[in-house]
Design a protein around this ligand. Structure first.
Ligand SMILES: CC(=O)SCCNC(=O)CCNC(=O)[C@H](O)C(C)(C)COP(=O)(O)OP(=O)(O)OC[C@H]1O[C@@H](n2cnc3c(N)ncnc32)[C@H](O)[C@@H]1OP(=O)(O)O
Ligand SMILES: CC(=O)C(=O)O
Length: 527
């Protein structure tokens, strides 16, 4: 039986606090999920949510899916109603999708207390709705809401829900951990007990796990190991409350750990791109520490790791990052050893293999500076300048030498605050004095330095300060604190780099970061 990868980013994922997709967003997410190769895309609840109704209408003409089948999600008919006449069920058919997922009560307590109907009527609601939709030519999935809690409470009734749905023609019965309270061994035990009790083939079952115990991915994998062949999940684990099973981690675990080729060839490598693009559309910053897809998923900080990675990257990576479209990175911090410095330098295009003294000097310098509050982890450009300055044939580090700078901040009677900076520098043998105003002291300093350098280095016009972050370092107090400044600079070619400066005076810390930023940019522009 074919393995089914079923995505519910556009339905359960949209139930995450803070997420609100437009119809255009939903269409874009569906295209991305299709590129990732999922077999089913649950698009929302037509008839209940107006945007979802419009999504299915537009999807018919605007989506050309290569891998996925669109699924409309809804509920079983209301108690006492006729399925064919139930407006909600009619809304599902009106979406004209090849497949429909029905949420059905699988816990007797919910039947009695939330639906306020009888055990028998709930079974009839499931039976009638499934047979009606199948007769209308739809593939039907039944999501057994609260399956696991219900099975613990009254296994015989919950098992009868599964039997009813499958007997009525459902293609799969999906075991939902709706409250997300399960642990992997409990999932395994429940599936084994259910299959023994009613003799159902586990391949006819699916798994939908909420993440309230942080076990959604593990629970899903446990279900597959128990024989289930349909898994549900969402991009980046978005979903109601803490979320759903992260479909990226689920699929990667199945393919790379259990050897199950559940995606079409070539799709797994799309993971990082698809994950980040969906985060962008959802307006959620990508989780850098997300397994497999996060920017830090293969980032190594400890010196001991780097020294082994130098021999073979797989000694400290559980898989090759490229198989999910990710990259390995080496972080340079006070935890670095010579191997970390060598690998990081290589990443930046500098081969230090034949320079053991340089390696030792840079390693010691990094440790010293980090102890004083510097941080190179997020400032590759400052690190590269540091390495270059320690190379035996190092060129002069700066495009100028500083005689002095001065910054004034004037608070005027009318409330206006004006900053003015003057720099006195030597550029290519010439003494230059330049003054500029800015909306703050750092901006004024930046402008004055650019004005002073501009005639000799016209390419400076292409750089702009993209971000500026100040952090007060721990262990220091009040206005006398040591500050760390990170400056992010962008150029007209779409590139960007980050530099760092540290000093008890925030202007001096900013000066270091600014000078590194311009120096690095000028070196780069000349390559
Ligand atoms: C576990 C999950 O996450 S399932 C996905 C849930 N998603 C959503 O709820 C998002 C979309 N929902 C909505 O837009 C609305 O809740 C609607 C349109 C579906 C229903 O709205 P309303 O008619 O105003 O009802 P309301 O939301 O207050 O209550 C839900 C009704 O559905 C009934 N219901 C709940 N589950 C089911 C079910 N599986 N089958 C049939 N009816 C059900 C409830 O008993 C309740 O009926 P009542 O109105 O007679 O009390
Ligand atoms: C269907 C669903 O989202 C749940 O039971 O959690």
């Amino acid at each position: 039986m074919t393995f089914q990868v079923y995505d519910t980013t556009l339905r359960d994922g949209a139930q995450r606090e803070g997420v609100s997709y437009s119809v255009v967003d939903k269409l874009a997410v569906a295209r991305l999920l299709d590129e990732f190769g999922v077999g089913f895309i649950e698009g929302g609840w037509p008839g209940a949510v107006p945007k979802d109704t419009e999504f299915f209408d537009r999807a018919r003409t605007e989506l050309d899916l290569k891998h996925a089948v669109l699924v409309a999600f809804g509920a079983t008919r209301r108690a006492g109603a006729v399925a064919a006449d139930d407006p909600q069920v009619r809304g599902l058919l009106a979406a004209q999708t090849p497949a429909i997922a029905l949420v059905a009560k699988a816990d007797l307590r919910h039947v009695e207390r939330a639906l306020r109907t009888t055990a028998k009527e709930n079974l009839a609601m499931i039976h009638d709705t499934v047979t009606h939709l199948v007769a209308e030519g739809r593939r039907v999935f039944v999501d057994g809401e609260h399956f696991y809690d219900g099975y613990r409470h009254d296994p015989a009734y919950t098992a009868s829900v599964v039997e009813t749905a499958l007997a009525a023609g459902a293609e799969r019965f999906v075991l939902c951990d709706t409250n997300g309270g399960m642990l992997p061994s409990w999932v395994t035990a429940a599936i084994a007990d259910l299959t023994d009790r009613i003799g159902v083939a586990p391949e006819l079952l699916g798994m939908h796990a909420q993440n309230d115990t942080a076990c959604a991915v593990a629970n899903t994998i446990a279900a597959v190991e128990a024989g289930v062949r349909h898994v549900q999940g969402t991009a980046n684990g978005y979903g109601e409350r803490p979320g759903n099973a992260d479909i990226f981690a689920v699929v990667a675990n199945l393919q790379l750990k259990l050897g199950m080729p559940v995606l079409p060839e070539g799709c797994l490598e799309q993971m990082v791109r698809v994950s980040h693009a969906i985060a962008e559309i959802a307006n959620i910053a990508p989780d850098t520490h997300q397994a497999y897809a996060g920017a830090a998923a293969f980032a190594h900080k400890a010196g001991l790791h780097a020294s082994a990675i130098k021999v073979d990257p797989l000694l400290y990576n559980h898989v090759e990052p490229e198989v999910v479209g990710n990259d390995m990175r080496i972080l340079v911090t006070e935890m670095a050893g010579r191997a970390s410095i060598e690998l990081k330098s290589r990443e930046l295009g500098l081969d230090l293999a034949g320079h053991p003294e340089t390696l030792s000097r840079v390693t010691n310098r990094v440790k010293e500076l980090e102890a004083g509050g510097w941080s190179f982890e997020a400032a590759d450009a400052s690190f590269e300048l540091l390495v270059r300055s320690e190379l035996p044939d190092a060129a002069p580090a700066r495009p100028f030498t500083l005689e002095s700078y001065r910054v004034l901040v004037e608070h005027r009677e009318d409330g206006a605050v004006v900053s003015e900076a003057t720099v006195k520098i030597r550029v290519r043998g010439e003494r230059v004095i330049a003054t500029a105003e800015g909306n703050g002291p750092v901006n004024a300093l930046d402008e004055a330095l650019r004005a002073g350098l501009g005639r000799h280095y016209p390419e400076l016009r292409d750089f702009e300060l993209a971000d500026y972050k100040v952090r007060i370092l721990e262990g220091s107090h009040g206005t006398g604190a040591v500050t760390r400044v990170l400056v992010e600079t962008a150029d007209a070619r779409g590139g960007g780099w980050t530099t760092v400066g540290v000093h008890p005076n925030v202007v001096e810390a900013s000066w270091h970061a600014l000078v590194d930023a311009l120096t690095y940019g000028l070196n780069r522009a000349r390559v």
